[in-house]
Design a protein around this ligand. Structure first.
Ligand code: BG6
Ligand code: MG
Length: 215
């Protein structure tokens, strides 16, 4: 019996990848190299500092910790300038409706995101009240594919891992869900998310029947 659904944020509830991309690309440009949309795929689900390390690796640039922190702060300020303007119409199709369906059916909901900006985004999208627990990058020490973020979510909800289903768009996130002993629904391409129990194109393709069939 499924008692809880845990949702990744970026790529599942809202498409913030485009804003992350513009902000990282700007930094790369300042440092004198190109950062492509294809490169940006490598940053999905990855924490801010780990993303910066990948960016610097692409540019072949080495910096000390202090310089890296300054750059990460600058990137985040740029990113914030976009997300502070987000409106509820940017919620991905079906996300709000499926969160409501879960709650109407007595299934608890949690957010499990690597982002330290998760609360800001949920507030902008007017979705905060639809989550029974919120675990974000401020509450976790270990990045996906470590299962920490989802195990904390289950703990906050008081639900066993085996009774949880995770919704994820990143390979590292799918691995984190499986490592937590949870079922996983991949959102996106079956090629990239082949380890997930099922893969759908978006939450508009999800319903209670498909959820129940997972266990
Ligand atoms: C994840 C995104 O959800 O959050 C990553 O998929 C991002 O691309 C990470 O780097 C950290 O986000 P933030 O908002 O803390 O910089
Ligand atoms: Mg994601």
């Amino acid at each position: 019996m499924i008692k809880a659904c845990l949702f990744d944020l970026d790529g599942v509830i809202v498409d913030t990848a485009k804003y992350h991309y513009i902000a990282w690309r700007e930094l790369a440009k300042e440092m004198g190299f190109d950062f492509t949309e294809n490169d940006n795929e490598r940053l999905k689900g990855v924490s801010r500092m780990a993303s910066l390390d990948i960016l610097l690796e692409i540019g072949g640039i080495e910096l000390n910790q202090e310089e890296k922190e300054k750059l990460a702060t600058r990137k985040n300020e740029h990113y914030l300038s976009f997300i502070l303007k987000m409106e509820p119409d940017e919620i991905l199709p079906g996300a709000r409706a499926f969160l409501e369906t879960c709650r109407e059916n007595g299934i608890a909901t949690a957010l499990g995101s690597a982002s330290k900006n998760a609360m800001t985004i949920l507030n902008r999208l007017e979705l905060t009240h639809l989550f029974d627990a919120i675990v974000d990058g401020n509450k976790t020490a270990k990045a996906k594919p470590d299962p920490e973020v989802f195990l904390k979510g289950a703990e906050e909800l008081g639900v066993e891992a085996s009774q949880c289903v995770v919704f994820e768009d990143a390979e590292a996130g799918v691995e984190a869900a499986l490592a937590a002993g949870m079922k996983c629904v991949g959102i996106g391409s079956p090629d990239i998310l082949s380890k997930a129990d099922i893969v759908i194109s978006g939450l508009d393709q999800m319903d209670i029947q498909k959820l129940t069939n997972l266990i």
